[in-house]
Design a protein. Structure first.
Length: 648
C-alpha cells in the first residue's frame, strides 16, 4: 500500500461516520464510465473530415511537441543527462519523444483524455507506451476513501480489469465527471457538424449546377409511360456531367417548382466563416491559423503566435507537467519535471517586454515578489524576494544633495548590492553554459575521431576550434557588457542627470575602449580554456598508454570524459566569464558617467568566501586602479564577489 492510500484511509478513519456518506461524484461504483465521444469517432468525424479541426489540432500539436522536457533540482537548476530526460527522448523502441507528446496533445484536444502505461525496471520507469483512450474506462471504487477500483480494458478478444496504478491519466477537466475529461472538440461538435453539412450541401449543389431542390409538375396526370420517360430524361440531363449545361425539355405543360434554398440564399460563405471562428475559439487559437486573413496585419500575426503559447500551449503543458510531477517525479527523488521554452521565439519577444517592465518596477523599489505576480513572470523565490531595493546612488532630494557623498557603506547596503548583482549573474549562467556545452562536445568528437590519438594530434584538434571559441567568448562578453553596463548606467543616471550637466546620458557598449578590452580579454580567456582542455585530454591519453589501451579504447575514454564533464566545464566557464564581464561593464559604465572615481570590493558575506577575499571586503581604490590582489575587480574562477561604484 502506497503513502497516498495510507493517507486516504487514515483520513476516512478520522472522519465522522455521517460525513463518510458524502462523496465528490455521483458516479455509480464498480461500473465503468464510458465517454460520449470515442477517439475513433472524434478522429473520423472531426480530425479527418474538418479542415478547421485538423488545422487547429495540428497547430497546437506542433507548438507543444517542439518544446523539450527536462528535470531540475530543488534550486531550479537543470540536472544534465537525467534518466527522465533520456526517457522522454526515447520512451520506447517504437515511438520518439515527439511522437508521444503528439499523441498526448491530439488525444487531449480531441477527446480530453490520454493514458500512458509506464514499464518499470528496478523501480524506475524504463519505457512509456501510449494507450488509446477509447479502449480504457475508469471504474470508480465502492470503498470509502479510495478513488479508482480499476481500469477496464477492452480488446477484440474481450475485456479485463487492471489496477489503478497501471496507467498515468492526463485529462482536460469535465466539471460533471471527475473521472473522465472532455476535449475542445466536444464543445465544438455542433459547429463542426454544421460546417460538415454545409460542405456536403455545397457539393450536392455543385453537382446540381447550383440549382436548388424542386419538382416538375404537369397540368394533367401522366401515364406510366410518360412518367418513366420524364424520369429518364431528367436523369440523363441532370446527372450527366457532360450534359450538365444542356437545356431541359420534358414536354408540354411541365412546370418547375423550387423546394429548397440556393447556396446564395443560405449565405454559405458567411456561415462557414462564422463556423471557422467558432471552432478556432473552442480550441483557443486565433482564426488566423485557420486561414482567416481578414485582419492579418504583421502585428496581429505576432500577437497570434504569442497568444498561441501564452493562452493554449503553456496552460496545456502546465497541466501535463503537474500530472508528471504527481505520478513520475517521485520515482527520481526530490526533483521537478518541467519544460524549456527558452528557444520559443514568440515567447522571447513577449518575455523581453515583460522583463523591461519588471526591471523598471524593481528599480523603483517594488519587491520582486509583487513584480513577478503582477507580470506573471513565473520566477522562483529567492532570499530577499519580498524586500525592496534601491540603487545605492539614489537619495531623497529633501534630505541630501544631488550627488551621494562618499562615506562608509553600511553592511545592509553591501548585502543588498551583492544580492542584486548576484541574482543577475546567476540568471546568465545557464544561458552561457548552454552556449558553451556544444563547443566542448564538438571538441570531444574532433579528438575521439582522430585516426591516431597522440598529444600532438589532440593539441592540433583542440586548436582547430580556437576561432569558434573566440567567436563564442567574444559574443558572450559583448552581451554581458551591454546588460550589466546598462543596469549600472540606469542606477547612476539619476545622480548624473540631477547634477550640473543636467542632461540625459546613455551607456555606450560599443565604445572603442570597450571593444578593445573584449577582443583582448576574449583571446586571453580562449587561450586559458584550450590549455586547460589539453591538460585534461593529455591525462586521459597518458592513462591509456599506462593501461596499454588501443586507439579505439582511448577514443572511447575521451568521448566518455567529454560526455561526463562537458556540463560542468561549460558551467565553470559561464560563471567565470559572467563575473569578469559584469565587473568590467560596471566599471566602464561608471567611467562613462563621469561622476564616479572610486570602487569598493564586496564579498558574498557567507562562510563560502575565500579567506583572501574576505580580508578584502570593503577595500576601496580608484576606479581605474587595481585592488590589492592585482585585479580590477572580481573575475577569478568561481569567485562570487562584486564591486560597488562610489559617486563623487
Amino acid at each position: 500500500m502506497g503513502l497516498a492510500e495510507l493517507r486516504a484511509k487514515a483520513a476516512m478513519a478520522l472522519m465522522p461516520p455521517q460525513a463518510r456518506r458524502l462523496f465528490v461524484s455521483d458516479r455509480t461504483p464498480n461500473i465503468p464510465i464510458y465517454s460520449d465521444m470515442t477517439v475513433s469517432r472524434a478522429t473520423r468525424q472531426g480530425y479527418k473530415i474538418s479542415i478547421y479541426v485538423y488545422r487547429s489540432v495540428r497547430t497546437i500539436i506542433q507548438a507543444c511537441s517542439a518544446i523539450p522536457w527536462m528535470v531540475v533540482d530543488k534550486n531550479n537548476e537543470e540536472i544534465p543527462n537525467h534518466p527522465f530526460t533520456f526517457l522522454m527522448q526515447h520512451p520506447n523502441p517504437v515511438f520518439s519523444g515527439q511522437d508521444m507528446i503528439e499523441f498526448l496533445v491530439a488525444h487531449l484536444e480531441l477527446c480530453g483524455n490520454e493514458l500512458w502505461q509506464p514499464l518499470f525496471v528496478n523501480g524506475l520507469p524504463r519505457e512509456i507506451w501510449p494507450v488509446m483512450p477509447d479502449m480504457v474506462s475508469p471504474v470508480p471504487s465502492d470503498v470509502p476513501g479510495e478513488w479508482l477500483k480499476s481500469w477496464e480494458v477492452r480488446t477484440q478478444s474481450g475485456h479485463f480489469n487492471v489496477p489503478p496504478e497501471t496507467f498515468i491519466h492526463f485529462m482536460q477537466v469535465d466539471p460533471g465527471n471527475p473521472y473522465w475529461g472532455i476535449g475542445p472538440l466536444m464543445a465544438a461538435a455542433r459547429t463542426i457538424d454544421t460546417d460538415n453539412e454545409a460542405q456536403d450541401t455545397q457539393k450536392v449543389s455543385m453537382q446540381n449546377r447550383g440549382t436548388p431542390s424542386g419538382v416538375f409538375t404537369h397540368d394533367t396526370p401522366l401515364t406510366d409511360e410518360q412518367f418513366d420517360e420524364a424520369n429518364r430524361r431528367v436523369d440523363e440531363i441532370y446527372l450527366s456531367k457532360a450534359r450538365r449545361r444542356a437545356p431541359w425539355v420534358l414536354g408540354a405543360g411541365a412546370k418547375w417548382q423550387q423546394m429548397g434554398m440556393t447556396p446564395v440564399e443560405m449565405d454559405y460563405i458567411a456561415s462557414r466563416l462564422r463556423g471557422l471562428r467558432d471552432i478556432a475559439g473552442a480550441f483557443g487559437i486565433s482564426p488566423i491559423f485557420l486561414g482567416d486573413m481578414e485582419q492579418s496585419t504583421l502585428d496581429n500575426m505576432r500577437q497570434a503566435r504569442l497568444g498561441l503559447y501564452e493562452d493554449v500551449v503553456i496552460p496545456l503543458l502546465d497541466d501535463v507537467k503537474a500530472t508528471m510531477n504527481l505520478r513520475l517525479a517521485p520515482y527520481y527523488g526530490d526533483v521537478t519535471i518541467t519544460y524549456d521554452t527558452s528557444n520559443v521565439s514568440a515567447l522571447r519577444e513577449g518575455f523581453g517586454a515583460k522583463v523591461e517592465s519588471a526591471y523598471r518596477l524593481w528599480s523603483m523599489g517594488v519587491p520582486m515578489s509583487q513584480v513577478s505576480d503582477k507580470l506573471q513572470l513565473g520566477l522562483s523565490e529567492y532570499p530577499g524576494w519580498d524586500a525592496s531595493y534601491l540603487p545605492l546612488t539614489l537619495q531623497s532630494m529633501k534630505s541630501a544633495p544631488a550627488y551621494k557623498v562618499k562615506s562608509e557603506v553600511s553592511e545592509q547596503q553591501k548585502a543588498a548590492a551583492w544580492k542584486r548583482v548576484d541574482r543577475r549573474r546567476t540568471a546568465w549562467w545557464p544561458v552561457i553554459a548552454k552556449r558553451m556545452k556544444p563547443l566542448y562536445e564538438a571538441e570531444g568528437e574532433a579528438i575521439s575521431g582522430l585516426a591516431s590519438i597522440t598529444e600532438a594530434s589532440a593539441k592540433k584538434a583542440i586548436n582547430g576550434l580556437s576561432a569558434t571559441w573566440q567567436k563564442a567568448i567574444t559574443g558572450t562578453f559583448v552581451a554581458l557588457i551591454e546588460d550589466f553596463g546598462k543596469e549600472e548606467a540606469e542606477a547612476l543616471g539619476a545622480a548624473k542627470s540631477a547634477g550640473p550637466t543636467s542632461h540625459k546620458w546613455e551607456f555606450d557598449p560599443m565604445e572603442a575602449a570597450l571593444l578593445e578590452w573584449v577582443k583582448k580579454t576574449a583571446a586571453s580567456e580562449v587561450k586559458t580554456i584550450l590549455e586547460t582542455n589539453l591538460d585534461d585530454v593529455r591525462a586521459v591519453i597518458k592513462r591509456g598508454i599506462t593501461d596499454n589501451l588501443t586507439n579505439d579504447q582511448v577514443a572511447r575514454s575521451i568521448r566518455q570524459f567529454y560526455t561526463d564533464n562537458s556540463p560542468y566545464k561549460a558551467m565553470r566557464v559561464a560563471r567565470t566569464e559572467t563575473t569578469k564581464g559584469a565587473t568590467h561593464a560596471n566599471i566602464a559604465a561608471a567611467d562613462q558617467s563621469g561622476i564616479v572615481d572610486e570602487k569598493q570590493w564586496i564579498t558574498a558575506r557567507d562562510d563560502r568566501v575565500r579567506d583572501e577575499h574576505a580580508a578584502m571586503d570593503g577595500e576601496t581604490v580608484g576606479l581605474h586602479e587595481s585592488f590589492s590582489n592585482g585585479l580590477e575587480g572580481p573575475g577569478e574562477p568561481n569567485c562570487r564577489c562584486g564591486i560597488i561604484t562610489l559617486v563623487r
